[in-house]
Ligand binder design. Structure first.
Ligand SMILES: C[S@@+](CC[C@H](N)C(=O)[O-])C[C@H]1O[C@@H](n2cnc3c(N)ncnc32)[C@H](O)[C@@H]1O
Length: 215
């Protein structure tokens, strides 16, 4: 298993609120309305379950496959759910890069502040493998930190993102050192941008991509 998020799972939410207030949660849920009607949703690197709990309320009849490498994160995520909701959600502790999806297909996939744990090459491989399991027209919800292209916001973002990588490399052992070109990987896999929002002068991005309707 790669990233050791077990050690930060309990404090993750508090660190996030201290550093960014409610911005990351706003980015997580910015496009959840696009999942309306999805019957099966794959959530990779879910974390402590704040997004999952919100989604479970919005999609009361859907099945969800929730994958995370951290047992502690999965435990926290499951605790946020009612007993009834837990029965329609499959929790799997696994390295998403080596995940065996069997013959499963999905109506949507969600990666929130997750692909930044990897290199661009790793993201490209993961996106290629997962997008092949999505039904035509399926949305891919994405959120992550970003470096704005120019101006003072760019330099501010570089300092903040650099600090985040220093902290998470130290505390969790992730090997990534910089943001991967995740959205380019999604586009290379044939998905198209279907909506985007920026927060904090472009430091945080939320986007929804879509698999072509006839892929
Ligand atoms: C930065 S946290 C983001 C959590 C959450 N999605 C959020 O929005 O805050 C990254 C999450 O991805 C998980 N993770 C890291 N590497 C992973 C891997 N190779 N396979 C599956 N999960 C992984 C971690 O355990 C952690 O829960």
């Amino acid at each position: 298993m790669t990233a050791g998020f077990d050690g930060v799972a309990r404090v993750y939410r508090f660190l996030e609120y201290a550093a960014f207030g409610r911005t990351l949660q706003r980015a997580r849920v910015a496009f959840t309305d696009r999942l309306t009607g999805c019957q099966s949703v794959l959530i990779l690197g879910e974390g402590d379950g704040r997004f999952l709990a919100d989604l479970a309320r919005r999609l009361p009849a859907s099945r969800m496959h929730c994958v995370d490498a951290s047992e502690a994160m999965l435990t926290l995520a499951a605790r946020r759910l009612s007993v009834a909701d837990r029965t329609r959600i499959t929790f799997e502790r696994a390295d998403a890069r080596a995940l065996d999806l069997g013959a499963r297909t999905y109506d949507a996939v969600v990666t929130l502040f997750f692909l930044d744990c990897f290199s661009t090459e790793q993201v490209e491989a993961l996106v290629a493998r997962v997008s092949a399991r999505l039904r035509p027209g399926a949305p891919w919800l994405f959120a992550d930190f970003a470096i704005p292209p120019r101006g003072p916001a760019r330099w501010q973002a570089r300092v903040i993102v650099g600090g985040l990588y220093t902290f998470f490399r130290w505390r969790t052992g992730i090997v990534a050192r910089e943001l991967p070109a995740s959205e380019r990987a999604l586009q290379r896999a044939g998905l198209t941008l279907a909506g985007e929002r920026e927060f904090r002068l472009g430091l945080v991005r939320s986007a929804v991509y879509a698999v072509p309707a006839h892929s």
